[in-house]
Design a binder for this molecule. Structure first.
Ligand SMILES: NC(=O)c1ccc[n+]([C@@H]2O[C@H](COP(=O)([O-])OP(=O)(O)OC[C@H]3O[C@@H](n4cnc5c(N)ncnc54)[C@H](OP(=O)(O)O)[C@@H]3O)[C@@H](O)[C@H]2O)c1
Length: 272
C-alpha cells in the first residue's frame, strides 16, 4: 500500500528571533496560536528564546541556526522547513544590523554584511516564501523597518538607507498583492530598549536622549495587531506617527542636517 504523504504544517518564520525585538514579535504570534520557526545565528540563545515562548504559550516552537547574511543561510531556511514538515504561513523579516559613524570609516566587511542582511536576506526570504503564500492565498509577510527608513541619516547612512528600501519594497509589494488574501506590512518603530545601540556604539548620539527608547513587548503587540488587521505601514505610538509624518513632508535641506545633529557620535560621552 502506498504511504500516505504527510501534509505540511503552517509556521510563522521569525528571523533575528534570539534576542531583542524578534522574540517579542514571535511571542505575539505564538500567543495567538501560531507555531513558530525561530531563526538567528546563535543556537544557545535561540534555544532559550524557544523554551521561554513554548513555556508561556504551549505552541510548537522550532529553531534553525543560520547566518542570513549569506545566500546559503537564506536557502537553508527553506530546507529546514521542508525537513521539519512545515511551510511558512507567515514570515517576519526582523533580523537587522546597524553601523554608526562616517561611512568612509566603516569596516568594509561590516558594511557589506549590513547590506546583505538588511536588504538582500529580506528580499531573498520574501522571494522564497511568497509564491507559496500566493498559491495558498493566505498568510503574509511582516517586514521590520524603522522610523529611520523615512529619512536619510548621516552617521548611520547605510542603516537608514537599508530601512528606506524595506519600507519602499513592502508598500509596493502590498499593492501588488492587494487583490489576494496575502498581507504584507512594514513595521517602523522608533528607538527600542535592545542591545542594538550598544552594539553599534551609538550611545553617545543625541537621538537616544531626544526620543527615549520603547519596550519591545509594547511595540510588538501593536505590530501584531495592526498586521493582522491588514495595515500596510505600522508606526507604533502617537509621537512616532507624528515624527514619521513630519519626516515625510519636511524638505531635505532642513531634515538631513537635523538628522545629522541627532545621529553624530559625541566624543565627550563616547565611552559612557
Ligand atoms: N533597536 C532599535 O532601536 C530598533 C528600532 C527600529 C527598528 N529596529 C529593527 O528591529 C530589528 C531587530 O532589532 P533589535 O534591536 O532587536 O536588534 P538586536 O537586539 O541586535 O537583535 C538582532 C537579532 O538579529 C539576529 N542576527 C543578527 N545578524 C544575523 C545574521 N547574520 N543572520 C541571522 N540573524 C542575525 C541576532 O541574533 P544572532 O546574533 O544570534 O544571529 C538577533 O537575534 C532590526 O531589523 C532593527 O533594524 C530596531
Amino acid at each position: 500500500m502506498a504511504e500516505r504523504e504527510s501534509v505540511p504544517a503552517p509556521v510563522t518564520v521569525v528571523t533575528g528571533a534570539s534576542e531583542g525585538l524578534g522574540p517579542a514579535l514571535a511571542y505575539e504570534f505564538a500567543r495567538a496560536g501560531h507555531a513558530l520557526l525561530l531563526v538567528a545565528r546563535g543556537t544557545a540563545a535561540l534555544k532559550a528564546a524557544a523554551e521561554k515562548i513554548r513555556g508561556e504559550t504551549g505552541v510548537r516552537v522550532g529553531i534553525h541556526s543560520a547566518d542570513l547574511a549569506t545566500r546559503a543561510g537564506c536557502k537553508s531556511v527553506v530546507a529546514a522547513l521542508g525537513r521539519q514538515g512545515l511551510y511558512g504561513e507567515f514570515l517576519v523579516n526582523n533580523a537587522g544590523v546597524g553601523l554608526s559613524g562616517p561611512l568612509a570609516e566603516y569596516e568594509h566587511d561590516a558594511l557589506m554584511r549590513l547590506v546583505d542582511l538588511n536588504i538582500r536576506a529580506l528580499s531573498d526570504l520574501t522571494r522564497r516564501l511568497l509564491p507559496d503564500m500566493i498559491a495558498r492565498d493566505s498568510g503574509g509577510i511582516l517586514n521590520v523597518a524603522s522610523l529611520a527608513g523615512f529619512m536619510p541619516g548621516p552617521y548611520q547612512a547605510a542603516y537608514f538607507a537599508s530601512k528606506a528600501y524595506v519600507i519602499s519594497l513592502s508598500e509596493a509589494l502590498a499593492h501588488e498583492l492587494a487583490l489576494t488574501n496575502v498581507r504584507v506590512s512594514v513595521f517602523a518603530p522608533g528607538p527600542l530598549a535592545t542591545r542594538f545601540h550598544e552594539r553599534i556604539g551609538s550611545q553617545s548620539a543625541f537621538y537616544l536622549r531626544f526620543q527615549g527608547v520603547e519596550s519591545v513587548e509594547q511595540v510588538a503587540r501593536t505590530a501584531y495587531a495592526h498586521f493582522m488587521r491588514g495595515r500596510r505601514v505600522i508606526v507604533p505610538g502617537v509621537v512616532n506617527t507624528l515624527s514619521a509624518a513630519l519626516q515625510r513632508v519636511t524638505p531635505h535641506t532642513l531634515l538631513v542636517p537635523f538628522a545629522a545633529w541627532l545621529l553624530k557620535l559625541r566624543e565627550e560621552s563616547a565611552h559612557v
